[in-house]
Design a protein around this ligand. Structure first.
Ligand SMILES: Cc1cc2nc3c(=O)[nH]c(=O)nc-3n(C[C@H](O)[C@H](O)[C@H](O)COP(=O)(O)OP(=O)(O)OC[C@H]3O[C@@H](n4cnc5c(N)ncnc54)[C@H](O)[C@@H]3O)c2cc1C
Length: 341
């Protein structure tokens, strides 16, 4: 019997696992992919993420997780009317495979057991404990007093537990060799409705130009992507020599009010699967903070499961209000996000 089984070795799961193992609890962290695993991401660690890494892991983000340019100097938004807003802020540029693998290693150093290539296929609250069916080389069951489901956006497991699907935004981004007349130290977000149904973006990773769009109707992905490329060619003299990679992914569709699903009984949700996500798809800080708070709540009220969800809700109250403020701020500057006002 484990004290905790944590599902998913992303920022939410790794932070929770590290925190619980640090408290001397018996923790199993399962990850369906082989680590280091790939995650579609712009890989911008905003200052808040850097601060949380320091706070929860007691170290600076290591250089080996970063790509060039290693420092991100902030975000530049262009709103629906073409007006530019600059937000200068210290940040880092990481590859998620290296960053998340480093976080998982920290959880292991603190005593968590890690099983990669292991998918949680089912999970059931049995009152005194939770049984989790795992699929790796074989299919077997483990038990824990609590489960933290940190499986990220798709939520196949959560759907089996709750029988519900949440809305998604589809993201599409390409990596390209070429040139552009923009400063590679910034992340650029474009909120014009003619370029995407949510946002379009540009940043640089290891000299590759990353161009992306997000849409509510997946069949319109290519249409918006082509519009965005034309815009970048015209406005910023984008020249693509060769496209090296293209990838589609999903993000939660955050709605006004930023509703969060904390869990049921002994099964808690953290990170994207719970609905924690900031505008422009910034979810690493929200993942780490919610993973930490879920772990703290369950560890503090270990023998009182009826109090855990309320403690988790209280622990994330400031994160939720930060999310709401941020979403209504972007709703205020761009028509595309107006429903968030
Ligand atoms: C295109 C794009 C760009 C982004 N850019 C940024 C950015 O620049 N900065 C930023 O802060 N955020 C960014 N985000 C958001 C960020 O990637 C997510 O919010 C963050 O990864 C969420 O963390 P998480 O721990 O909740 O989930 P994840 O990081 O998705 O981790 C979940 C883990 O669970 C595993 N898993 C899933 N199901 C199971 C299962 N059944 N059993 C076992 N394991 C399972 C998955 O393989 C995965 O490793 C971006 C997102 C996208 C799509």
């Amino acid at each position: 019997m484990y004290d905790f089984i944590i599902i998913g070795a992303g920022p939410a799961g790794c932070t929770a696992a590290a925190q619980l193992a640090e408290r001397g609890l018996k923790v199993l962290l399962v990850e369906k992919c082989r680590l280091p695993r790939y995650k579609s991401c712009s890989g911008v660690l905003i200052k808040k993420s850097m601060d949380l890494v320091r706070l929860y892991f007691g170290e600076e983000t290591p250089l080996h997780t970063m790509c060039t340019p290693t420092d991100n100097r902030g975000m530049i938004f262009t709103n629906d009317k073409g007006k530019e807003y600059r937000f200068e802020q210290e940040g880092l540029n990481v590859w998620r495979s290296g960053f998340d693998n480093w976080l998982a290693g920290k959880a292991v150093e603190r005593g968590a057991q890690l099983r990669d290539c292991t998918t949680a296929v089912f999970c059931e609250d049995r009152g005194e404990f939770v049984s989790v069916t795992l699929h790796g080389d074989k299919t077997y069951t483990e038990k824990a007093r609590y489960v933290l489901d940190c499986e990220g956006v798709v939520g196949a497991l959560k759907r089996k537990i709750m029988g519900r699907t949440d809305g998604y935004i589809t993201t599409f981004q390409t990596f390209n060799r070429g040139n552009i007349e923009l400063d590679s130290h910034y992340f650029y977000a474009y909120l014009q409705p003619e370029l995407s149904q949510y946002d379009a973006w540009f940043n640089v990773k290891d000299e590759l130009l990353v161009l992306g769009v997000s849409v509510k109707e997946p069949e319109k992905t290519e249409y918006y992507y082509e519009k965005f490329l034309s815009y970048m060619k015209k406005e910023h003299h984008l020249y693509i020599e060769e496209q090296t990679k293209a990838e589609k992914w999903l993000m939660p569709h955050i709605r006004p009010g930023c509703t969060v699903d904390y869990g049921r009984g002994r099964i808690l949700f953290a990170g994207e699967i719970a609905g924690f996500l900031n505008p422009m798809g910034e979810g690493i800080s929200a993942g780490m903070e919610s993973g930490y708070q879920a772990a703290e709540a369950a560890a503090s009220y270990f023998e009182y499961p009826e109090k855990v969800l309320e403690a988790y809700r209280d622990g994330t109250a400031s994160l939720q209000s930060y999310m709401r403020r941020q979403w209504s701020f972007v709703g205020g500057i761009a028509e595309t996000f107006r429903e968030m006002e």
